[in-house]
Design a protein around this ligand. Structure first.
Ligand code: PEP
Length: 272
């Protein structure tokens, strides 16, 4: 059985005494694009995206396009993620997709996105079951956490994020391959992004929480992204921050030129 970290892109490289984390830009296409539009979008991004090195580039199209996009990106440096997964292995769960079905197709899966919490009543317990199920088949979760506007305004961000991490990760053997995305709900799809400083502070807090749960090495190696109205115009503000390892991007990931620009800027800032 190979060591799980053999193929891991994130090695805790020691450079000038600090851990280097490979940045990630992941595009969450949500419920957008037909199969034809999805392959068109990827074909448009592919030549430029493939040339940008030392950064993980992940696209998360709808389930039905995963197969077609997988064919297109085969042999390139672009990686594939799903937007959701069910926690059961198989059976009478009409309309659901199991982790093992996805593990044939993609490397990442977004779990606990605020839209799933809000519209599909996903609780901490459900998210926890999904994470366990994903990890069992080697899928890398991108776990989303973040507070609502009223929670932010009443100074409860850390409390909310702590409760989400505690319930999502209870009893989970999370590792450095897994990713966390801090996505304040009030910033998603609203055009009102957090500031780089705010996001950096909360992500620093999340990292300290991961350290308590899993130890310093995992906390230093784990990529934690910001998400919420990130565009090519504001990405630099986020990825210049030391705690922020990239972005989970919704709306702006549907524009090929903009997505490529966000990846390029992140690579230049983080890698040089
Ligand atoms: C998201 O859906 O994860 C997201 C961050 O959306 P947007 O970039 O559109 O705010």
């Amino acid at each position: 059985m190979p060591d799980r970290y053999d193929s891991c892109v994130v090695r805790p490289l020691e450079s000038r005494g600090s851990t280097v984390r490979i940045p990630v830009i992941a595009g969450n296409w949500k419920m957008n694009t037909t199969i034809r539009e999805a392959t068109g979008l990827v074909s448009e991004m592919l030549p430029s995206l493939d040339r940008i090195e030392n950064i993980e580039k992940v696209v998360c199209p709808p389930f039905i396009s995963l197969g077609a996009v997988k064919k297109l990106i085969s042999g390139t440096s672009i990686k594939l993620g799903a937007q959701n997964v069910y926690f059961e292995e198989k059976g009478a769960y009409t309309g659901e997709i199991s982790p093992v079905m996805l593990s044939d197709l993609c490397e990442f899966v977004i779990i606990g996105h605020s839209e799933r919490r809000q519209y599909f009543n996903e609780t901490g317990e459900i998210i926890n079951r999904k994470i366990r199920a994903a990890l069992r088949v080697g899928l890398k979760p991108i776990l989303c956490v973040g507070e609502k506007l009223e929670e932010n305004e009443s100074g409860r961000t850390e409390e909310v994020v702590t409760a989400q991490l505690d319930s999502s990760l209870a009893g989970v053997d999370y590792d450095r391959d897994s990713i966390i995305a801090y996505e304040p709900v009030w910033a998603i799809g609203t055009g009102r992004a957090a500031t780089g400083k705010q996001a950096n502070e909360t992500i620093g807090f999340i990292r300290s929480k991961i350290e308590k749960l899993y130890g310093g090495e995992i906390a230093r190696s784990m990529r934690i992204l910001y998400g919420g109205s990130v565009t090519a115009s504001n990405i630099a503000e986020f990825v210049q921050q030391p705690e922020i390892d990239g972005a989970l991007v919704g709306g702006a990931s549907l524009k090929a030129v903009e997505f490529v620009s966000m990846v390029k800027q992140t690579s230049q800032i983080k890698v040089g």
